[in-house]
Design a binder for this molecule. Structure first.
Ligand SMILES: NC(=O)c1ccc[n+]([C@@H]2O[C@H](COP(=O)([O-])OP(=O)(O)OC[C@H]3O[C@@H](n4cnc5c(N)ncnc54)[C@H](OP(=O)(O)O)[C@@H]3O)[C@@H](O)[C@H]2O)c1
Length: 280
């Protein structure tokens, strides 16, 4: 199967697919096989992280694939414990060595950790790592508008991407507006709300029945129509295919509104508010 996923253009010109593949918990031999299946099934954007301890697994899946490296977009992320400049540069080098890659397409700061407050220094390291050729495009995860504004003020450079928790239970309306105004692309993590009860929701089932689709496909189509890049994870090849078979139907305005109405102020899956939550 060839890649049928439409692309979007980041503010630095890099084109990336509008649906990617999450790899959290995909590790070891079974992980390499699952990621390899995902590539065969048509995924080109792979999302990994230093803290997932699977950069080597992602690299191995890429080497086993018949898809050339340059057709894939590989992401990793800088952990909170390495926000100091020198640590960040070495960590990016280590990420490359673990994956056995010459470059990452996208490298993100994993969490802002505002209490620790070293994220501007980490951002400066990503800016330089891009100049060194380690990374093609630089972004962040879980940054609130105040953190993004500070990056702009202190370095003059805004991330191309902010990867945030986003699913129908937590639709991040205000944050999305801020991203749009600043030309920052939104990636949605846990786009299927980590297979919570949402996948049995009656309202979503009605919409799914109307379109002869699964609830997962309805949710992923909702992400696409919001303009966000969902990165669903699945170890199951049939679900991997299902999750990218969303480009031949459309949700109506009314259906988008119904899905948005499922969102709540406290709809986060866990209590991970980036203003106070820190991850190392
Ligand atoms: N930046 C951050 O701070 C951050 C935080 C969390 C996650 N992430 C990234 O976001 C990615 C996705 O988020 P996630 O893994 O938390 O959750 P998710 O993608 O919302 O959900 C994954 C779960 O949904 C199941 N699933 C997938 N497709 C399905 C389908 N069509 N029907 C039924 N069940 C389905 C999977 O099961 P099977 O695998 O068994 O098929 C798995 O249990 C992660 O893998 C990671 O790369 C980033």
């Amino acid at each position: 199967m060839t890649n049928q996923i439409p692309e979007i253009t980041l503010h630095d010109g890099l084109q990336i697919p509008s649906v990617g593949f999450g790899t959290y918990k995909l590790k070891g031999e079974s992980g390499a096989q699952a990621i390899n299946h995902a590539i065969t099934n048509g995924y080109r954007l792979l999302d990994s992280a230093y803290n997932y301890e699977n950069e080597a697994t992602v690299g191995e899946a890429i080497r086993r694939s018949s898809v050339p490296r340059e057709e894939l977009l590989v992401t990793s992320k800088l952990p909170g414990r390495y926000h100091h400049y020198d640590d960040a540069i070495v960590t990016i080098q280590e990420s490359l060595l673990r994956a056995n890659l010459d470059y990452y397409d996208l490298y993100l700061i994993h969490w802002p950790n505002p209490i620790q407050d070293n994220y501007v220094e980490a951002w400066q390291a990503l800016i330089d790592a891009k100049k060194f050729g380690y990374i093609r495009s630089i972004g962040v995860c879980n940054f609130l508008p105040e953190h993004l504004e500070r990056l702009q003020k202190e370095t003059g450079i805004l991330p191309t991407v902010n990867q945030i928790e986003l699913h129908p239970l937590f639709n991040q309306e205000e944050q999305l507006k801020f991203h749009e105004e600043h030309h920052i692309a939104t990636e949605s993590w846990s786009p299927l709300s980590r297979a919570s009860d949402l996948l049995q929701d009656e309202t979503l089932q009605k919409i799914a029945d109307q379109h002869n689709r699964t609830i997962s496909q309805i949710i992923l189509r909702w992400h696409y129509q919001l303009g966000t890049i969902a990165i669903p994870k699945s170890a199951t090849p049939s679900r991997q295919k299902e999750n990218i078979s969303i480009f031949d139907f459309e949700l109506s305005k009314e259906e988008m509104t119904i899905i948005n109405s499922l969102s709540k102020q406290d709809g986060r899956l866990k209590d991970q508010d980036p203003a106070v939550y820190e991850e190392f």
